[in-house]
Structure formats: C-alpha cells, structure tokens
Design a protein around this ligand. Sequence first.
Ligand code: GLU
Length: 303
Amino acid sequence: MSNRPPQLSCLPEPTTSPPVLRFAPSPNGYLHLGHALSALVNADLAQQTGGRLLLRIEDIDIDRCNQEFETAIHEDLAWLGLTFEHQVRRQSEHIDAYRAALAKLEAMDLIYPAFLSRAEIRRQAEVVEAGGQVWPRDPDGALHYPTDERHSNRQVAQQRIADGERHSLRLNMAKALSMVEGPLFWQEVSDAGQEQISSDPASWGDVILWRWDAPSSYHLSVVVDDALQGVTHVVRGADLFAATAVHRLLQHLLDLPAPAYTHHRLILGEDGRKLSKSLQSAGLRHLRAEGLSPLDIRRLVGL
Ligand code: GLU
C-alpha cells in the first residue's frame, strides 16, 4: 500500500472531461483524522488535475446515521477549508435508484432471500469447525453466508416473506461469477504508478445487497452512486481495498463504468489499530477544541 497520495503523473490519461472525485463519509459519528486524510487527498487531487470534487453523504444505515453527525461533517470539512460542489448527494434520498439496480440483478436471477440471522450462521459454522473443517470467512473476517438458500423453493420463500419473516437479499456469487468471462480487473493508482488488480469477489461469499434493517446496502449504493455521479477516480482508505472486488463485479453485472481507484494508507491509533469514530482523541472537533489549526491537521495526517 502506498504511503503517499498519488502524484499527478500517476493518474490515468486525462479524458476529454475533467476527473470527478468524491468524498463519501457516513454520518454515524464525528469525522476523525482518517477522514481528514481521505478528504484532503481527494481535494488535493481535484485541485492538481482541475477535477470536480463531490461530497456524498452515505446515510442509508438509518439506525446509526443522524442529522447531528451530518451537520458536523459539513462544519468539520468547512473548517478544514474544503469546498465541494454544491449539489450534495444524500443516499437516503435515492433509494429508488438502488431499488432499480437490485431489480436488474433480480431479473438476472442473481438475488435470493436469506433468512438466517448472524447467530444462526455462527452456530452452523461452529458445528462445522468443531468437526475439523474450515468455514470460509470474508476479507474482513466475517463468516460467509451458507449457500443452501440459493436454491430454496421460491414459493416457500415467498410465503415466508408474506408471513413477515425477517430476511435480507443476497447475491448468488457463484451464479454472478458464471456471468463473467475471464478475470475482472480494476485499475489502482498510487505514487508508484498504475496497476491492474485482479479482483477476487468470491472471497466475500454471497454478499448482502439489501438489508432487512436498512434500505439497500453499502456495496450496491456505492456502485450505483459512483456511476450516477460520473465519478472517475475513487480515493478512499485501504480498509476498502478488498471490497473493491465486489464493486467491480457489480459494475460488470449492472453494465456500469469502472472508475480508477486509489486506496490510501490508514491513520492508525496509538494501539496500532484503525481509528474508530468512537475514539474521541483523534476526532477533528476534539483537535480543533484543543487549538489545532487545519494546517496542523494536514501535518498530523502526513500531507
Ligand atoms: N461511507 C464509507 C465510509 O465512511 C466510505 C465509502 C467509500 O468511500 O467508498 O467509510
């Protein structure tokens, strides 16, 4: 993973229109130094390339997102001195666009209702692992969803849904991959240059595309939005590197353009772990109250 943001010379050949970059925070907590790095690298690249800089509020997780955090995002970004194009996209206002993408995948017979809770998946995995076998995990360490329901009787599933049973909608990964000819690549841009990354969506198993507790899912909405907003370069943290494989697959299935990607280094806490929104000491509001300036923040994140 690159330690520095990509240099101008490493960006893909300019097309006729300017690059489009975006910063896409979720209002489920206050912004911290990790967000500052992402936002600043996006802004610097937009400035160097004459590109457009968009802000997207990823607020589909209605239980965890709220207006107070959203307002704070705007305040903190303004304090950092960043200005974004005026039309801010709020995901909660575009559920129909995600539903339309889901319907397309449903029409391809790639989606199935999944009824197992996390606890039930864990129980199944424990039984299998107690027998000495390995239950697959995704790159974030979460257990794969068992594949049995891919083929469950449709009428029975419809009845369970009609009876109000809680369920999510998942992608049949095996079937989705059977629709891809050859390996899928994405273009990763770093200060070392451009690299074709061979993506491995199968490592994620049957990902959720529509959650029971929130409309849409991160994977589906991010792919739809990047396409609808004409994003040409996605610049975000290295924690989302592996997830790009799923995004690349969805772009292929939905016939959407594939942007280039830059996954920048993460800012780690004193414990060596990725910063979390609950860690107050690295929060931009906290640092501002301590008397730090936007320039100090730039230095703190290594820019
Ligand atoms: N909303 C995500 C976050 O706050 C970022 C998603 C992305 O940049 O693709 O971590």
